[in-house]
Design a protein around this ligand. Structure first.
Ligand code: TYD
Length: 205
């Protein structure tokens, strides 16, 4: 069934494997848009809210929960991040900000589908879609090279897991055909400034 989801104009989502460089791009894009005179709300998921902080404890293996519980925690955090009345994404869009987030529901489709059914995760995330989904495409090998030396081993580390995440991302990006969401697939092996320029050109700014 082809469900219809609302598209949020001026909402930009960055997605990719851990080590793909989405956090660097969040920073560069925010600076570029600010310098063009746009007002920008730059954010991430798990969110910086209390709901997101509990998730970080799970990712860092300080606390352990069932895979389905974690999927629900990400969905709850996303609800708060979107609809929070004082500082939520929707509120910022209404105020005229461009909103950029490092990760959104496509991360849940990619990562939580490792331990849960894909359609279950999709149903848990009945949220609106961004105007632009930017997928920073890098091989798992590149991510591994970039992340060697990182101290903390997190929940989703490991080569075969990364390959499965890539294929779940592909499924997630194809899950909303004809929605009107624009998908920008960027080669993440380029330098950070080149990637940022390509994204800016892709979003017409
Ligand atoms: P990220 O902030 O990119 O990592 P870090 O702060 O460690 O550099 O993302 C944290 C992890 O959370 C990442 O491995 C992906 C995972 N994640 C999910 O599993 N599901 C989700 O819905 C989201 C938003 C993130």
């Amino acid at each position: 069934m082809n469900e219809k989801r609302k598209i949020l104009k001026d909402f930009i989502v960055l997605e990719g494997l851990d080590g793909s460089g989405t956090t660097t791009q969040l920073k560069l894009l925010t600076e570029a848009l600010l310098s063009h005179g746009s007002s920008v709300f730059s954010t991430c998921e798990p969110s910086p809210l209390p709901t997101g902080k509990i998730i970080r404890q799970v990712l860092e293996k300080e606390i352990s929960v069932e895979a389905e519980t974690l999927a629900r925690m990400f969905s709850a955090d996303r609800y708060e991040h979107l609809y929070g009345k004082s500082d939520g994404i929707i509120k910022h869009l209404k105020d005229g900000d461009v909103v950029i987030t490092d990760r959104y529901l496509f991360s849940s489709l990619a990562y939580q589908s490792l331990g849960c059914d894909f359609d279950f995760v999709k149903q848990l995330n009945p949220y609106p879609l961004p105007e632009y989904l930017v997928y920073v495409d890098v091989t798992p090998e590149t991510c591994r090279e970039r992340m060697t030396g990182r101290e903390l081993e997190e929940l989703f580390d490991g080569d075969d897991i990364q390959m499965r995440i890539v294929s779940n991302y592909e499924r997630g990006m194809a899950a909303f055909p004809e929605s009107g969401m624009k998908l920008l697939r960027i080669d993440g092996h380029q330098g950070p400034d080149e990637i940022c320029s390509e994204i800016l050109a892709g979003i017409g700014r």
